[in-house]
Design a protein around this ligand. Structure first.
Ligand SMILES: Cc1cc2nc3c(=O)[nH]c(=O)nc-3n(C[C@H](O)[C@H](O)[C@H](O)COP(=O)(O)OP(=O)(O)OC[C@H]3O[C@@H](n4cnc5c(N)ncnc54)[C@H](O)[C@@H]3O)c2cc1C
Length: 403
């Protein structure tokens, strides 16, 4: 029998362990630093676990090597993933935006079926056990943990990234792989709240609205996304803002421009407001946008546009209406940063993928060493893409080079 040791019982580590255990020749040892496997998984998708998406294509992924993830995502794509979970007893459902969830809408269902599948004679799971160093020994590895050492013929590092330390995010995976000669790109928090100049967001704290959000570096658009945004004490949150956050740490002189009526062209919004000035001109400006946008948001836009609340709407000048339209279509906030790894769902960047074979995930520098999941320089958009990468890369690594 050959011993396969997997570091990290998160999404990718468990997928790798189940796959490797499928070959009866393998004795699989899975070690997990935390007291239980898959702790982060329970928190995913607001406790519902958005485990994949119907649109798994390369444009949804980032990293130094744009195409690195493709072989794994092709070999273990959407159908294969849904089939894999179905074979473990999990039923899934499709929701808005092609997001796939467990039918129960409970992340614990996903974790449970993975845990049950690991309960087999050739798998040993050691929790509260942290890998601290790895030494090459012949064609295998000596892995030192805080509970003693293990020898492994094959090693899979699936220790995740730096995001969300409360749920097990660590730098361990990077350090362990760097100890074996690998290198890392710069890393940034991604899918995280964005801190902006907060005078207006603070006043709107708790309000959710659909918007088109564009991140600008000076005058150049860096990234645009559309969906829900949430105003917070420190700035902006919500899926549309998460999408932009990946680029916030890497760029300078940033601002976010919100289009608060993305379905309407600027001219259409202007025509609508001119019509309202006629029909609802008896209102005070304070309530002029009450029938159009969230009330507090409408009032804040008046303030942002420098229009006094008490003035009668009928007296709004054309130039003031134009200014209001510009505020609605281009509500711009200077960016100050993100709320950091502490709150991030994902790490952008990681161990350099060019040091691994994309078709097997075996190291090019160190034979019999594999890596999977977020520890590698692959990160995805919001919507099930990161877990899909974890399942695909975990299952590919668990094949241990079998093509
Ligand atoms: C709040 C939140 C919500 C999210 N929601 C979604 C979602 O709905 N859909 C989606 O696609 N993605 C989501 N993500 C992202 C997704 O959870 C991760 O991308 C995915 O879990 C990464 O899988 P992984 O196996 O690489 O790492 P992880 O799942 O983080 O697993 C790594 C494991 O390794 C263990 N470990 C670390 N160091 C050591 C060591 N030295 N020794 C032993 N064990 C170690 C850790 O404790 C951890 O259990 C979310 C993330 C967060 C934080």
């Amino acid at each position: 029998m050959r011993t396969v040791l997997i570091i990290g019982a998160g999404a990718s580590g468990m997928a790798a362990a189940i796959t490797a255990a499928g070959c009866g020749e393998n004795r699989v040892i899975l070690i997990e630093k935390q007291s239980r496997p898959g702790k982060k998984l329970l928190a995913t998708g607001n406790g519902c676990c958005n485990l994949t998406n119907t649109d798994i294509s390369a444009e949804n992924y980032f990293g130094e090597e744009k195409d690195f993830a493709i072989p794994a995502l092709t070999r273990f794509g959407l159908e294969s993933t849904v089939g894999f979970f179905r074979s473990l007893g999990l039923l899934t459902r499709r929701e808005r935006g092609g997001k796939i969830y467990p039918y129960s809408m409970q992340a614990s269902s996903v974790l449970d079926v993975l845990r049950f599948a690991l309960d087999r004679p050739n798998v040993e799971l050691y929790c509260d056990t942290a890998a601290v160093s790895i030494e090459k020994k012949g064609s295998g590895f000596n892995v030192a943990t805080d509970k003693g050492s293990f020898f492994a013929d094959r090693l899979i590092v699936a220790a995740g990234g730096a995001a969300s330390p409360k749920l097990g995010g660590t730098w361990d995976g990077y350090k362990l792989l760097q100890g074996l000669g690998h290198s890392r790109t710069a890393i940034y928090p991604s899918l995280v709240q964005v801190k902006t100049e907060n005078t207006y967001p603070r006043a709107l704290k708790g309000i959710k609205t659909d918007a088109r959000a564009a991140l600008y570096s000076g005058k150049a658009a860096v990234c645009v996304s559309e969906g829900e945004i949430l105003f917070t004490e420190y700035g902006l949150s919500g899926p549309a803002v998460f999408e932009l956050s990946r680029f916030v740490s890497a760029e300078r002189d940033l601002s976010i421009s919100l289009d608060l009526m993305p379905e309407y062209e600027e001219g259409e919004v202007e025509a609508l407001l001119l019509e309202n000035r006629k029909s609802a001109g008896n209102l005070a400006c304070e309530n002029f946008l009450a029938g159009v946008l969230n009330k507090r948001l409408g009032q804040m836009l008046m303030k942002y546009s420098g229009i006094p609340f008490s003035a009668p709407a009928a007296l709004l000048r054309d130039a003031e209406i134009k200014k209001l339209v510009r505020s609605i279509k281009n509500f711009s906030l200077p960016v100050k940063g993100t709320t950091g790894f502490e709150n991030a769902q994902v790490t952008a960047g990681g161990i350099r993928t060019k040091e691994f074979r994309s078709d097997t995930l075996e190291s090019r520098l160190c034979p019999n060493l594999f890596a999977a999941g977020e520890v590698l320089d692959v990160d995805g958009r919001c919507g099930g893409y990161n877990l899909q990468w974890a399942w695909s890369s975990g299952r590919l690594a668990g094949k241990l080079g079998a093509l």
